[in-house]
Design a protein around this ligand. Structure first.
Ligand code: AMP
Length: 483
């Protein structure tokens, strides 16, 4: 008997969970499932990787298994909104996996692919529809879909929706839903804007929260390597040549950077695939499928493309570039610690990125241990001075902070990334290049003056690369050094 039994889920769902290898519910599942099964609205603070998909999918499947109904023509019974196509696909896959013994239909719709096939799928109606907001509205505008029969509405990654500029789409969508419905609202963070959105969408919700985002970093064994930019390709090559690095996600800040890394790895005989907003949907799917199957062990990704990538068994995350948003660091390294597993995250830090590291350490409330560089990699000179934390950092524009909306136009462009399509006049260039997270590069350069104002170190100046240059011992668990 599994620990899922006490929820009273339909036996066919329990059977599917057993096949998935789920034995114990995760904290968000334990907290949320009973309330959702009881029909309550829910406001959950949880990020991807906590098992939140099952927290909402299992009760929905159970409810539909108990209350069989004809699917509404050009409609759906459950609507799940996701900010990105990758996450949407993964959510749909989860519904299909958990509901494999039920006779329920699940469809996923997002931009960047022809709409006709989606319209045909929806013609007869589906039980569960997972969608990104832009394409959903396209389908509604074309009268290929109506939301009037929705019984359960799930809003996933609400904070990300806001970041990507989907707020107006969301408000429009919610107006089209029946007033009588169950609403499940998930967000990794709950700044005031999200809280007010939740208040507008939910009816007397149960609140559940699992570990605050910043502390998820604790499960991952982290290390930092101080290295000049020019040495990063060689260092990555050395890291990936270690046999313990079985399945690795490499993060770059920009799409261009991701492609460059793939090319440099290929030149060194290491096969890698890239996933980012300039790749077509089939290319992304191929890259992900190759990575999931183990065919390709290195996937190079930008932050937004990787958001929600759900691949079990990622042994290592490499931050080829450090992100200038600390929360992105937490999201990145969380890719290697899925559902309670431990993982290893290695970050490369050049002189400009030291400031980002300080921001990251402030947010995660932990110091990242310094790792030695392998033989042959020149170290970054030790940091001569160390800046005191300041409130305003020119390298990190205000509007890019977590929970704040991108400037007008940025979010619109970002929709193309999440949704990958042009929605015509007035909706901006859906497939354009103004993708917010990757624009952050623009704000990176710190004025020299700012560097000069740095203050003496507070005791953790990194003696970068001053080790013996021997074997890369930090690539397996328990081997990181503390400073
Ligand atoms: P999610 O936060 O929904 O993206 O889930 C993160 C990962 O955890 C996915 O790979 C799920 O398949 C996995 N997962 C979810 N719930 C459980 C569970 N109770 N036991 C084991 N793995 C789980």
């Amino acid at each position: 008997m599994s620990n899922f039994s006490h929820f009273g889920l339909a036996p066919s769902i329990e059977k599917a969970l057993a096949a998935e290898g789920y034995e114990t519910p995760t904290p968000i599942q334990t907290q949320a499932i009973p309330h959702v099964m009881a029909g309550r609205d829910l406001c959950g603070i949880a990020q991807t990787g906590t098992g939140k998909t099952a927290a909402f999918a299992l009760p929905i499947l159970h409810h539909f298994a108990e209350h069989v109904r004809q699917t509404p023509r050009r409609g759906c019974r459950a609507l799940v909104l996701s900010p990105t196509r990758e996450l949407a696909s993964q959510i749909a896959d989860s519904f299909r996996a958990y509901g494999r013994h039920l006779r329920l239909s699940t469809a996923v719709v997002f931009g960047g692919v022809p709409i006709g096939k989606q319209e045909r799928t929806l013609a007869g109606g589906v039980d569960i529809l997972v969608a990104t907001p832009g394409r959903l509205l396209d389908l509604i505008d074309r009268r290929s879909l109506s939301l009037r029969d929705v019984e359960v509405f799930v809003l996933d990654e609400a904070d990300r929706m806001l970041d990507l500029g989907f707020i107006h789409d969301l408000r429009r969508i919610v107006k089209l839903l029946p007033a009588e419905r169950q609403t499940l609202f998930f967000s990794a963070t709950m700044p005031a804007t999200i809280a007010s959105l939740a208040a507008a969408f939910l009816n007397d919700p149960v609140q559940v929260a699992v570990r605050p985002e910043a502390t998820t970093a604790e499960r991952v064994e982290q290390s930092i390597m101080f290295v000049p930019t020019a040495q990063k390709p060689a260092l990555l090559h050395a890291v990936l040549s270690e046999p313990t690095v079985e399945r690795v996600l490499v993060f770059t800040r920009t799409k261009h950077g991701a492609d460059k890394v793939v090319r440099s790895l290929a030149a060194g005989g290491i096969a890698a695939a890239a996933i980012h907003g300039n790749k077509s949907q089939p290319q992304r799917e191929r890259a992900l499928a190759g990575f999931k199957s183990g065919h390709c062990r290195v996937l190079v990704a930008t932050d937004i493309a990787a958001r929600g990538i759900d691949v079990d068994g990622v042994t290592h995350v490499v931050n080829y570039d450090l992100p200038n948003i600390p929360e992105s660091y937490v999201h990145r390294i969380g890719r290697t610690a899925r559902a309670g597993a431990a993982g290893i995250a290695i970050s490369f830090c050049n002189s400009e990125e030291r400031e980002y590291l300080r921001d990251i350490e402030k947010v995660t409330r932990m110091k990242v241990p310094v790792a030695e560089l392998p033989k042959g990699i020149a170290a970054l000179p030790a940091e001569p001075v160390r800046a005191e934390p300041s409130h305003h950092r020119p390298g990190r524009p205000q509007q890019q902070r977590q929970g704040q909306r991108p400037a007008q136009g940025q979010g619109r462009g970002a929709q193309g990334q999440g949704n990958g399509h042009g929605r015509g006049q007035g909706r901006g260039n859906g497939s354009g290049n103004g993708r917010a997270p990757e624009r952050q590069e623009a704000g990176r350069q710190r004025p020299a003056q700012q560097q000069r104002r740095s203050r003496p170190a507070d005791g953790h100046v990194r003696p970068a690369g001053q080790g013996d240059g021997g074997a890369i011992g930090w690539l397996s668990h328990g081997a990181s050094r503390s400073r």
